[in-house]
Design a protein around this ligand. Structure first.
Ligand SMILES: *Cc1c(COP(=O)(O)O)cnc(C)c1O
Length: 291
C-alpha cells in the first residue's frame, strides 16, 4: 500500500544536477513528510485510539494526511478550522474536498473563538491531539526511517559528503532529519517567516542541530501568497520533469539555485502536490497567468 523505501531519481534544473527522493510517491493521500511525521501512529493498535483532533488551515497537507490515516485506522477525525470561505463551501475543492470525502468532521470556529477551541481540544485527554502541521516529537520515529533510507542510498552510491535539502514550515522535518543524519548537512529554507522565526520554532522542539544550515532566498516571499517568481520556479521544475508543491518547494529551489553548492544535493520531495489545484486557482484569482 505504501511505496517504501521511496525511490531516488536524478534531476537536472537550471543546468545543475541534483537527486530527488520521491517521498511524494509514497501514497496518493498520505505522502511526503506528513507520512513520515505520522508514521509512528500507523503502528499504534487500531483500538488504542478512538478520535484524533487537529487544527489549522482548510487546505493543509497535514489535514489531508491525518484524514487518510484516520480512514485507514478506523479512527474519527475532528478538525478545528476558522470559518470556511463561502466559495469553497459552495464548491469544495483540493485537500478540503478530499479530506471531507475521507470522513473528516470539520469544526468551523469563528476567528475570535479559535484559540480557545484549540486550547480545550489540546487538554482533552480522551482524544489524540496532533499539533498544527504535525509538529510533534512523535514525528521523530518516521523521520528517522527516512534518514535510514537516505543513508543506505548514500552508501550504495558511494557518495561521500552529502547535503540533504528540504523546505521548512515548522522545521520539524529538517530538525529531526539533521539529528538522524549527523554526517550530512541538512539545508533548509524557511517558507513561513524568516530564519530567526524558524530557529525559534525548532528550539521549541529540540536544540537546533549544528549540521542544519538555513539557506535564505535573496527576496522574501510571503507564505501562501502568489508570487510570479514562485510560479516561474514551479513551472521550470515541472518542465525539468517533476511536479512539486507550490507553497514550499519553489522557495527552497530558488534558494538552492541562488547558492553555489559543491557537494551532492539530495532534495527530499515532501509531497503536497494535491494542494496545487487550489493554489493554481488562487494564482488565477490574483490575476497572474497560472502555470
Ligand atoms: C508540511 C510541508 C513542509 C513543512 O514541513 P515542516 O516539518 O513543518 O517543516 C514542507 N513541504 C511540504 C510539501 C509540506 O507539505
Amino acid at each position: 500500500m505504501f511505496l517504501l523505501p521511496s525511490p531516488v531519481e536524478p534531476f537536472t534544473v537550471g543546468g545543475r544536477h541534483f537527486f530527488v527522493k520521491r517521498d511524494d510517491l509514497i501514497h496518493p493521500d498520505f505522502s511526503g513528510n506528513k507520512y513520515r511525521k505520522l508514521q509512528a501512529f500507523l503502528h499504534t493498535r487500531n483500538d488504542a485510539i478512538d478520535t484524533v483532533v487537529s487544527f489549522g488551515g482548510v487546505q493543509s497537507n497535514a489535514m489531508l494526511s491525518i484524514a487518510a490515516m484516520c480512514r485507514l485506522k478506523g479512527w474519527s477525525f475532528r478538525y478545528i478550522a476558522r470559518t470556511v470561505p463561502s466559495y469553497l463551501k459552495s464548491s469544495p475543492a483540493g485537500n478540503y474536498k478530499r479530506a471531507l470525502e475521507l470522513g473528516m468532521q470539520l469544526e468551523e470556529t469563528a476567528p475570535d473563538l479559535y484559540r480557545d477551541a484549540v486550547a480545550s481540544a489540546r487538554s482533552d485527554t480522551e482524544t489524540l491531539f496532533i499539533p498544527q502541521g504535525g509538529a510533534d516529537s512523535a514525528a521523530k520515529r518516521g523521520v528517522r526511517r527516512l534518514a535510514l533510507e537516505i543513508e543506505s542510498w548514500r552508501k550504495a552510491r558511494g557518495i561521500g559528503a552529502l547535503c540533504v535539502a528540504t523546505p521548512s514550515g515548522t522545521g520539524t522535518t529538517a530538525a529531526f532529519l539533521a539529528a538522524s543524519l549527523p554526517h550530512c548537512t541538512i539545508l533548509t529554507t524557511p517558507a513561513v517567516g524568516d530564519a530567526a522565526y524558524l530557529r525559534r520554532q525548532i528550539s521549541a522542539l529540540m536544540p537546533v542541530p549544528g549540521n542544519l544550515a538555513v539557506l535564505d532566498t535573496k527576496k522574501r516571499y510571503r507564505f501562501g501568497t502568489p508570487h510570479p517568481d514562485l510560479s516561474a520556479c514551479y513551472l521550470a521544475l515541472e518542465q525539468a520533469g517533476i511536479e512539486f508543491d507550490l507553497l514550499y518547494a519553489p522557495v527552497m529551489w530558488t534558494a538552492l539555485l541562488e547558492h553555489d553548492i559543491k557537494e551532492t544535493v539530495l532534495y527530499v520531495h515532501s509531497g503536497g502536490v494535491s494542494g496545487n489545484e487550489t493554489m493554481l486557482a488562487r494564482y488565477r484569482r490574483a490575476g497572474y497567468a497560472a502555470p
